[in-house]
Design a protein around this ligand. Sequence first.
Ligand SMILES: Nc1ncnc2c1ncn2[C@@H]1O[C@H](COP(=O)(O)OP(=O)(O)O)[C@@H](O)[C@H]1O
Ligand SMILES: [Mg+2]
Length: 271
Amino acid sequence: MNNPIEKTKLPNIKNIIIVASGKGGVGKSTVATGLALSMAMEGYSVGLMDADIYGPSIPTLFNLHNQQPSVSEKNGKPLMEPFIKFGIKIMSIGFMIDPSQAMLWRGPMASNGLKQLINDTNWGELDYLILDTPPGTGDIHITLLQQYEINGAVIVTTPQTIALDDVRKAITMFHSEHIGVPVLGIVENMAWFTPSKHPDEKYFLFGKGGGDLLSDSTGIPLIAQIPVNENICGVCDEGRLNELFSDKIVKFGFDNLLKGILKFQAEMSKN
Ligand SMILES: Nc1ncnc2c1ncn2[C@@H]1O[C@H](COP(=O)(O)OP(=O)(O)O)[C@@H](O)[C@H]1O
Ligand SMILES: [Mg+2]
């Protein structure tokens, strides 16, 4: 990484936020989607790019199975039209590849395919482009970080320590000298469970205080906690995202996430 790669400029996109974690299954896609939804509801123009080459789940979350984006032409260049749902412009590597073939994609092939998809999507003017990423800190992350001007990262974790160890590696990557992308905040997903019939009770199914611990040891603020919610699975699997915020505590978590990002960015712009 001694020869810095010239970054691709996306002049119509004001901010790019990457959602990452060291691990799979912690809720990156759920958090990326909820964040995009919160932004759209607040009036921001927002795009969501599913860069999870090995397990793209955005098509499922938005009920866009087996769909293929249409192609339009702009200034003589063919561009892919993102799908628009809930006010969010959506593109997924999953629209391009057969999931059973994804594992056969090698590093450079995956990276090039992804770059092309991002560059050739007709995003229009966006306040925010949210990038949902695969687990870990592999080729896809490196490609995104080297290729684009990323404004910040949101790190998703669950309370277990094993998740936290992996997550630390992801934070180290973002903050490394070569990458230098600020981590805007930590989201502790599946922080606790509150049964709907007992709204005052909290059950810490996966341990307690992991997000705080990580925040204390890294100096990165814990900006949101999202509880385990019995409806999230169904809502996400069936693309009923309009119901994602029907639980007040879930909505509160996502409100905090957006507030945390805006606050961080406001402070950065002062310096
Ligand atoms: N807070 C939550 N409560 C209940 N289920 C959740 C929550 N967050 C995520 N899930 C579920 O957990 C699974 C993994 O989430 P996902 O967002 O796909 O994780 P990742 O993108 O990190 O692999 C999905 O089935 C999702 O619906
Ligand atoms: Mg995912």
